[in-house]
Ligand binder design. Structure first.
Ligand code: COA
Length: 258
């Protein structure tokens, strides 16, 4: 896969996407969003890929936000379009991907950068990471799902404080409020994430995809999460992975999922 602003590699079922605009602290311009969307689409369809890791290049930033220079002159129509296209092609797309996507927050994750990390299924931060939604300091609000996903993750009160103050929190504070699951030294971030990815890989991909769908449905006003869970639970019984998982357990051996 050849891209201008991202690097994609894969090894033993784990794909790594590096957002690669270090001179602009990996800010999300239109091309980067398009390329990320394309890369996720390709990786979703690639059977050998089981887990996707998303990280920023360099040691300073995951992503320092949407590219301010690109939208500074937008009209309200163009602004709404920017947000809508972002939701559809990337942020909601990642959230609903059938494969686990883990954000490795290796520095600043601000604005659209934190929103990108929040669209991933969970987050691991390096100890130098700083997170925040500074949009109101620019006279705008979070537009890539931040007003929705931040309260879901940390509760409404904490979310309001972060959004209203436009401030940054440390990795440890982010862990304390449940925004990230783990904090590790920067030089251990990738290996730590890979160790979690390897635990995930041992399990049934089809069951993991069904679990993602069921969990997400509980946050979708158009669906009843319990109904989706019942249907997805039932559907698992017809899968080769269910046969293999239960057979392996009953035969006292480890499952080998295809
Ligand atoms: N959009 C466009 N360019 C950005 C950017 C963004 N969100 N964040 C950083 N950059 C660019 C800077 O303009 C600068 O480019 P230049 O060297 O051509 O001038 C380069 O990245 C390095 O950033 P700089 O501000 O010099 O680094 P710093 O270490 O002094 O500060 C930050 C780091 C993250 C505190 C600061 O860059 C910042 O506040 N960025 C914007 C964060 C933000 O508001 N994001 C939400 C956008 S909706």
């Amino acid at each position: 896969m050849n891209f201008e602003n991202i690097l994609v590699s894969a090894e033993k079922g784990i794909a790594t996407i590096i957002i690669n605009r270090p001179k602009k602290l990996n800010a999300l311009n239109k091309l980067t969003i398009q390329e990320l969307s394309e890369a996720f689409t390709i990786l979703e369809s690639e059977n050998s890929i089981k887990v996707i890791l998303l990280i920023g290049s360099g040691e300073k930033a995951f992503v320092a936000g949407a590219d301010i220079a690109e939208f500074a002159h937008f009209t309200s129509l163009k602004g709404a379009e920017l947000a809508q296209i972002g939701h559809e092609t990337l942020f909601n797309y990642i959230e609903n991907l059938s494969k686990p996507v883990i954000a490795l927050i290796n520095g600043f994750a601000l604005g659209g950068g934190l929103e990108l990390a929040m669209a991933c299924h969970f987050r691991i931060a390096s100890d130098n990471a700083k997170m925040g939604l500074p949009e109101v300091s620019l006279g705008v609000i979070p537009g890539y799902g931040g007003t929705q996903r931040l309260p879901q993750l940390v509760g409404k009160g904490k979310a309001f404080e972060l959004i209203m103050t436009a401030g940054m929190i440390s990795a440890e504070e982010a862990k304390y409020i449940g925004l990230v699951n783990h904090v590790v030294p920067l030089n251990e971030l990738l290996s730590f994430a890979e160790s979690i990815a390897n635990k995930i890989i041992r399990n049934s991909s089809s069951a993991i995809g069904a679990a993602i769908k069921a969990v997400n449905s509980g946050f979708n006003n158009d669906e009843n999460g319990y109904d989706v869970e019942v249907e997805a639970f039932g559907a698992c019984f017809e899968t080769p992975d269910f046969k293999e998982g239960t057979t392996a357990f009953l035969n006292k051996r480890k499952p080998k999922f295809e």
